[in-house]
Design a binder for this molecule. Structure first.
Ligand SMILES: Cc1ncc(COP(=O)(O)O)c(C=O)c1O
Length: 405
């Protein structure tokens, strides 16, 4: 559990560390990656052992997992205080699969899907690929903090059939309070909107912040609600494609199970079952230490930028390992630099002005804010799920790059 040691992930078939993919967003194939949302930490020891033991068998035939979600139920109870019988927890082949399938089952083509922006890109793509209409709702932003603007939100919810909610929110890092969740759920109930809450980052609230599962908050409200979560971000095992769903009523749950089974998608592959089980049964101490480490890294980043470069500002998130950095203090200069020197910043067509600038001038590859919606061109998303040393060195290079303009 020494998070100061980051894994060397070059040559591990990781998309985050893939040079072509890095060049596509940053115009520099050798920029250091701080983008795709997985971490450079080794998973907890028992998870690694489960993986090694599986690999050591040298044979990978059909597994015989008992379809038992007791470990998941125990995790929800101890980590989040959500007491739920194991029978209520439904396996899914990854969170986005569960989200997309839910949208297919519980809405018709043309349905209106509201999602909060800055928005994790698949929340835009899922409605588009499934011929639904997206209603993009910009979060409020003031003084380094994103927030839910209740009046605007309530008014947009009147036009929606489904709300894709993300809690904690990627990339702003908002951890919603119980009162905010109740407001969201009550607004949904009033407008007959189905709430689908993506809680893939829920186990990574920093010390001082408390995540409340939407399904738990909904026990007092009774809206139509699907809560989705996964061990993938929590334990850095996202390649396994394993997630879980909890439904606010048994009719919805039955429909989902039936659709999954009709598609033959209701059983985990061999590694997902092994890794998720090891994670949920043995990962508690690792998780506590990781939340502390991430919170401390975010504090160190904030302090460093405040002291050395207030024109770059870490937004006030409270969870996970991805954050927006507000670059509005330098945007105009950066834009003039990139547009004025097309040769220097050529390539990087999958990125934007800021991601190309920092890719080339600082050797730091990040997602451009526009990946999360056109309003957010002033921001980059930085993934600090790696050793603090690497993070701070990357920030130093970013600061040097903007000061040299
Ligand atoms: C908010 C959010 N949802 C879903 C995913 C992806 O989930 P999965 O790989 O289980 O489909 C990510 C990955 O970055 C994410 O940040």
């Amino acid at each position: 559990m020494n998070f100061d040691i980051a894994a060397d992930r070059r040559n591990t078939n990781s998309i985050k560390w893939n040079k072509e993919a890095i060049e596509n967003i940053s115009a520099n194939p050798v920029a250091e990656p701080f983008w795709v949302a997985d971490m450079d930490f080794y998973p907890e020891m028992h998870i690694q052992e489960a993986g090694k033991s599986l690999a050591g068998q040298g044979i990978y035939g059909y597994p015989s997992f008992p379809k038992d979600t007791a470990a998941v139920s125990a995790w929800l109870r101890t980590k989040h205080g959500w007491i739920l019988p194991k029978e209520k927890i439904v396996f899914a082949q990854g969170l986005l699969h569960a989200l997309s399938l839910s949208i297919n089952i519980f809405s018709e083509k043309g349905a209106r899907i509201l999602s909060l922006s800055p928005m994790y890109r698949p929340f835009r793509e899922i409605p588009a690929r499934n011929e639904r209409e997206l209603i993009e709702h910009d979060l409020g932003y003031e003084d380094g903090s994103f927030y839910l603007d209740r009046d605007r939100f309530a008014s947009d919810m009147e036009k929606a059939d489904i709300l894709i909610f993300c809690s904690p929110q990627n990339p702003s890092g908002i951890v919603f309070t119980e009162e905010e969740l109740a407001f969201v759920l009550e607004t949904a109930r009033k407008n007959h909107v189905l709430v689908i809450s993506d809680e893939i980052h829920s186990d990574l609230a920093h010390p001082g912040a408390k995540h409340i599962p939407m399904g738990l908050a909904n026990e007092r409200v009774g809206a139509d609600c699907i809560t989705l979560f996964a061990p993938s971000k929590t334990f850095n095992i996202a390649g396994e494609h394993c997630a879980f769903a909890v439904f606010s009523d048994s009719e919805m749950e039955e429909k989902f199970r039936k659709a999954e089974s009709a598609l033959w998608l209701d059983e985990p592959g061999i590694s997902a079952g092994e890794l998720a089980y090891a994670a949920y049964t043995k990962g508690s101490e690792y998780n506590k230490a990781l939340c502390r480490y991430l919170g401390e890294t975010a504090d160190a980043m904030r302090k460093y930028l405040e002291t050395n470069c207030p024109g770059l500002r870490l937004v006030n998130g409270q969870a996970s390992f991805v954050t927006f950095i507000d670059c509005s203090g330098y945007y105009q200069k950066i834009e003039a630099e990139v547009i004025g020197h097309p040769e220097r910043y050529k390539g990087g067509n999958g990125g934007g002005i800021l991601s190309r600038f920092f890719g080339v001038a600082a050797g730091v590859a990040m997602n451009d804010g526009t990946w999360f919606g056109s309003s957010w061109y002033n921001f980059v998303r930085f993934n600090y799920g790696t050793s603090r040393d690497r993070v701070m060195k990357a920030l130093e290079r970013m600061v040097r790059a903007v000061k040299a303009l």
